[in-house]
Design a protein around this ligand. Sequence first.
Ligand code: ADP
Ligand code: ADP
Ligand code: SF4
Ligand code: SF4
Length: 589
Amino acid sequence: MRIAVIDYDRCNPDKCGNFLCERVCPVNRMGGEAIIIDEENYRPVIQEASCTGCGICVHKCPFNAITIVNLPEELEEGCVHRYGINAFVLYRLPVVKDGMVVGILGPNGTGKTTAVKALSGQIVPNLCGDNEDWDNVIRAFRGNELQNYFERLKRGEIRPVVKPQYVDLIPKAVRGKVRDLLKKADEAGKFDEVVKELELENILDREIKQLSGGELQRVAIAAAMLREAHFYFFDEPSSYLDIRQRLRVARIIRKLADSGKAVLTVEHDLAILDYMSDIIHVVYGKPGAYGIFSQPKSTRNGINEFLRGYLRDENVRFRPYEVSFTKKSERKSQEGEILVEYPRLVKDYGAFRLEAEGGTLYVGEVVGIVGPNGIGKTTFVKMLAGVEKPTEGEVDWTLTVSYKPQYIKVDYEGTVFDLLSKINAGKLMNSFYKTELLNPLGIPDLYDKKVNELSGGELQRVAITACLIRDADLYLLDEPSAHLDVEQRLAVSKAIRSLMAKNEKTALIVEHDVMMVDYLSDRLIVFEGEPGKSGRALQPMGMREGMNRFLASVGITFRRDPDTGRPRANKEGSVKDREQKERGEYYYV
Ligand code: ADP
Ligand code: ADP
Ligand code: SF4
Ligand code: SF4
């Protein structure tokens, strides 16, 4: 079975030399019609039945607009929805089960939202034909766990509730105070309970537009929890939250399922996905072209298979390399050349005071910065960057610093290419940067897009790139994982490591995703204290000591998966959790 997908946002027949694909197609040249021109819409259409799959058009199209893939025949009957001719195709769906949290793991653009739209009745799946009819859908899923679900959905018995992915957009759509919003949502009569569990007491009388990302996230989760529904979908519930808040949210989502509700969640923080899901589906395919939901898998096996890039039951390799977590308990980065010795620094805002111990940063190392929200991490980074002046201590070095803030604001009118060229055109042409940074982050595909029209994940990748192509001695990146899927998080981590090592530079990364911190960092700076009141930054320390210190302060223990070495959060009060706490080993076991 062959599918041809054309990204019409990229296709530009006038600029490729007048429908280049049609002119080079060997079938067309022999008088056939694999590619025809849709005169009305002024665009090419590939007829899958006539196309031989030679791939010539794919390689010739200067805008990489065409994807042709051969898929196994047996997938055909699993075809759930296609948005049109040469459009994105979704194969198979995740299961939805009362009393269970079903996790979804996979790249953005592979149909997770499409699946949720089908399961919530926002679209009637067309089964890749042109007939949108619930009876057909029910027939197609006969004997499948979803048959009964779709029957109930058709009868209007299923009410879905969705916590959206981009919480930053909420203030544009909703006005007023947090309390009013949540009171209005409270069909379940759980206002007090949910407000307490999500620690929202202090912000109930704030205006929505004043909230930080982490606060918006918790308000959005609360609003979903308060609705009375059958099926709850949480799209990336961890963005902007610190680790303690992430685990708290994970527990609340679990509790919702324990009360008998069906929960589906997309989550890219693997430690959190692992902690909250009963089963998971891996989604694979090509973003923008097609997506396939795997069979349901046990959470542990599913995540391990995902990291290996190989799905055993399906016998599919979807990534050429495995992701492994080396036991780098102590890297020896401290033995190299010193980049800077910074002094004790204090910042006093009145209501909040940060005291940072002095420390040394080495050339070529990546230092993770961990700690709760509101503890002064950004303030510390800004003092090092020279953006914020310390109350005590002096930053008088001549280091150049490149900084990516947590919240990325754009008021740039031009394209991604214009923006990045202005920052450092040379690096865009440099082959090392192409292979290590630009291609892995998919930046060339974004070159022609307007910066102010990018999605959250695209903007994040552009902002990270903009930070890393600047010439500087010290790179500071505040929460680079936000809005990125797992593949992109790994790509960013690899890129940062290799750029620092090769260029002999230093990076400080503020990050809450434990897997990413583990994968990325040579050493850690741990922040302790009382969020919103006072913070203390400890001097940089080794990974083992730092992780122990950090996790002890939040009361969470992690073990390592014996197969992949990835960090897994222990359930609170479990045998492992108690044993590790007794030994003071919160990590690295
Ligand atoms: P995910 O949630 O995994 O990021 P989506 O389900 O949102 O993925 O989208 C998958 C693909 O489907 C995207 O590449 C998008 O371009 C395409 N798509 C989504 N909605 C439509 C639509 N209404 N018409 C055509 N294509 C669409
Ligand atoms: P983190 O990055 O760890 O979330 P921040 O450094 O952003 O923490 O903030 C720490 C505390 O300092 C917060 O309580 C915040 O409200 C306060 N704060 C940050 N910037 C200012 C400022 N310019 N004036 C007053 N208080 C501030
Ligand atoms: Fe030209 Fe590519 Fe569009 Fe074909 S798909 S018309 S080659 S831009
Ligand atoms: Fe024509 Fe080959 Fe492209 Fe198919 S893959 S449309 S046969 S050029």
